[in-house]
Design a protein around this ligand. Structure first.
Ligand SMILES: Cc1ncc(COP(=O)(O)O)c(C=O)c1O
Length: 450
C-alpha cells in the first residue's frame, strides 16, 4: 500500500466520488478507510470505529467473514469468470439458484435472475414486468407506480421511479410513464396526518386514485421498498404493504419488492416482504447477498410469473436482457458461502434484538437533544434520526450541522451516515450490545457538537 502521506495528498484528486460534489470532496477530503475487522473499520491514521453504516447496508456479517473470503479466493483459482448467456452455465450459479429457491420459498419466489448489483436488479425487474404483460397479451401495460421518498438505484429506469428529487433533477428528462404516490411518512406528508394507520389508508387511497386515473390496464408494476431505506428509514404501518399487494392483485399490476437492503435479515425477518406477510411478484436483492465482498445481485421471481414465461410458445418470453457479470462464478460462490453463514448465524434474530436496543437508545437521545425532530426505526437494524433547526416548524437543520455531527461522532468511535437532514444507521447484523452502546455514546457526542 502507498504510504499515508501519499494517500492524503492524492485523496479525491484523480477520482470523482459517487453521491458527492467533486468540489466538496476536494475541500473536505473523504475518510480513507484501509482496514476492516468484525463490526469495525480502521482509517489511514489507525483510528478504529464501529461501522454503523455497515459498509453501505451490505456488510451484514462484518468484515471478518472467513467463509465468504475463502469461497472467493478458491473460486478465483478454479474459474475466475465465465458467462451464463444462452448456451453456458457454471456450477456455482446452479447451486446458488437452488439455495435461493429454498431461502425464498416462503415468499413464493422460485427462480433467480442474476445481476451485478442493486440498480441492475431494479432495472431487471422493471423490464421483466413489462415483458410479462407482453407475453400474456397485454402490451399496453407499460407504466410504473412507486412511492415518493423511495430509492431504487440510479439507472434511468430506477431513477425514474425514484421518489427523491436529489437523484432526479440533474438527470431529467427521465423515463415517461412513471407516477409517484405519497409515502407513508408520518413526520411529513401532504395530509398532515401523524397517525401511521390513518396515513397508510390515505396513501392507499392515493394509490387507488392514481390507478383509476391512469387506467389499470396501462400499468405494468408498482415498485416499493418494504421499509423505505435511503429516503430516511420510513417504516410504514403494518397494514400498508399487504393492502398495496391487494390493490395490485385486484388491478392486474405486478408488485416489485425492492429488497436490495431488506433481504437477508435486516428488518429482523428474512425478507421485508415476509416481515409484512406479503408475497411479491418480483423481489430485487443485491448488497448483503455476498456480504458486500463481491458486486452481485439476484431478482427473485414468483411462481405464476415463472409459469407465464416458461410455458410461452410464441417466443415472446425470450429474455433480451442480462449483464456480462450476471451469474459471475466468483460472486455466486461468495453468495453460496454468505447465505450459509447468514442462516447459520441466524442474523435476523440478532438484527431484531440489537435493532430494538438501538431504536430505544435513539428515542432517549430525542428527549435530550432539541435538534432531533424525529427518530425512526423499530424494525431490525435500520434506524434514522432526522435533524431540524426548530421542532415546532420542523425546518431543516443548517447545511453544516449533519456533517458536524458526523465528524464528532466519528472521532468518538462510530462511523455514521448523513443524507440530507437524516442520520442513517444500518450497522452489520452481527452487532453486539456493546457496539450499540458505542454507537449511541458516539452519537451523543456528535449531537452535543451542534
Ligand atoms: C432499495 C434500494 N434499491 C436499489 C439500490 C441500488 O443498489 P446499487 O447501489 O447496488 O446499484 C439501493 C442502494 O442503496 C437501494 O437501497
Amino acid at each position: 500500500m502507498k504510504d499515508s502521506n501519499y494517500l492524503k495528498e492524492r485523496n479525491a484528486k484523480s477520482i470523482w466520488h459517487p453521491m458527492a460534489h467533486p468540489a466538496d470532496s476536494l475541500s473536505n477530503p473523504p475518510t480513507i478507510v484501509t482496514e476492516g475487522r468484525g463490526t469495525r473499520i480502521v482509517d489511514v491514521d489507525g483510528h478504529e470505529v464501529v461501522d454503523a453504516v455497515g459498509g453501505l447496508w451490505n456488510v451484514n456479517l462484518g468484515y471478518s467473514c472467513a467463509p465468504v473470503k475463502a469461497a472467493i479466493a478458491e473460486q478465483l483459482d478454479k474459474l475466475p469468470y465465465y458467462s451464463i448467456f444462452r448456451g453456458t452455465s457454471n456450477d456455482c450459479v446452479i447451486e446458488l439458484g437452488d439455495k435461493l429457491q429454498e431461502f425464498f420459498e416462503p415468499d413464493g419466489l422460485t427462480r433467480a435472475f442474476y445481476t451485478s448489483g442493486g440498480s441492475d436488479s431494479v432495472e431487471t425487474a422493471l423490464r421483466l414486468a413489462r415483458q410479462y404483460h407482453k407475453v400474456r397479451g397485454e402490451p399496453g401495460r407499460t407504466k410504473y407506480l412507486s412511492l415518493k421518498k423511495g430509492y431504487h438505484g440510479t439507472h434511468f429506469g430506477g431513477a425514474s421511479v425514484n421518489g427523491n428529487a436529489n437523484f432526479r433533477t440533474a438527470y431529467e428528462p427521465l423515463m415517461p410513464g412513471c407516477f409517484h404516490i405519497p409515502a407513508p411518512y408520518t413526520y411529513r406528508n401532504p395530509f398532515n396526518e401523524t397517525d401511521p394507520e390513518k396515513l397508510a389508508q390515505l396513501c392507499l387511497q392515493a394509490l387507488e386514485d392514481e390507478i383509476a386515473f391512469q387506467g389499470a390496464n396501462t400499468i405494468a408494476a408498482m415498485i416499493m421498498e418494504p421499509v423505505l431505506g435511503a429516503g430516511g428509514v420510513i417504516p410504514p404501518h403494518k397494514s400498508f404493504m399487504p393492502a398495496v399487494r391487494d390493490i395490485c392483485t385486484r388491478n392486474g399490476i405486478l408488485l416489485i419488492a425492492d429488497e436490495v437492503i431488506t433481504a437477508f435479515g435486516r428488518t429482523g425477518s428474512w425478507s421485508g416482504s415476509r416481515h409484512w406477510g406479503v408475497q411479491p411478484d418480483f423481489m430485487c436483492t443485491a448488497k448483503a447477498i455476498t456480504n458486500g465482498y463481491f458486486p452481485f445481485g439476484a431478482v427473485m421471481i414468483a411462481e405464476h410469473v415463472v409459469e407465464t414465461f416458461e410455458t410461452d410458445v410464441t417466443g415472446r418470453a425470450a429474455i433480451g436482457h442480462g449483464y456480462t457479470y450476471s451469474g459471475h462464478p466468483v460472486g455466486a460462490a461468495a453468495a453460496i458461502a454468505c447465505l450459509n453463514e447468514t442462516i447459520r448465524l441466524n442474523v435476523k434474530d440478532n438484527a431484531a434484538v440489537r435493532g430494538h436496543e438501538l431504536f430505544t437508545g435513539l428515542t432517549a437521545l430525542y428527549d435530550d437533544f432539541e435538534c432531533i425532530g424525529d427518530v425512526r426505526g423499530g424494525h431490525g437494524l435500520m434506524c434514522a434520526v432526522e435533524l431540524v433547526s426548530d421542532r415546532t416548524d420542523k425546518s431543516g437543520p443548517d447545511k453544516s450541522v449533519p456533517a458536524k455531527v458526523q465528524k464528532a461522532a466519528y472521532e468518538a468511535g462510530a462511523m455514521i451516515r448523513v443524507s440530507g437532514p437524516n442520520i442513517i444507521l444500518s450497522p452489520p447484523l452481527i452487532l453486539t450490545a456493546e457496539d450499540v452502546r458505542t454507537i449511541l455514546d458516539a452519537l451523543r457526542v456528535g449531537l452535543s457538537a451542534v
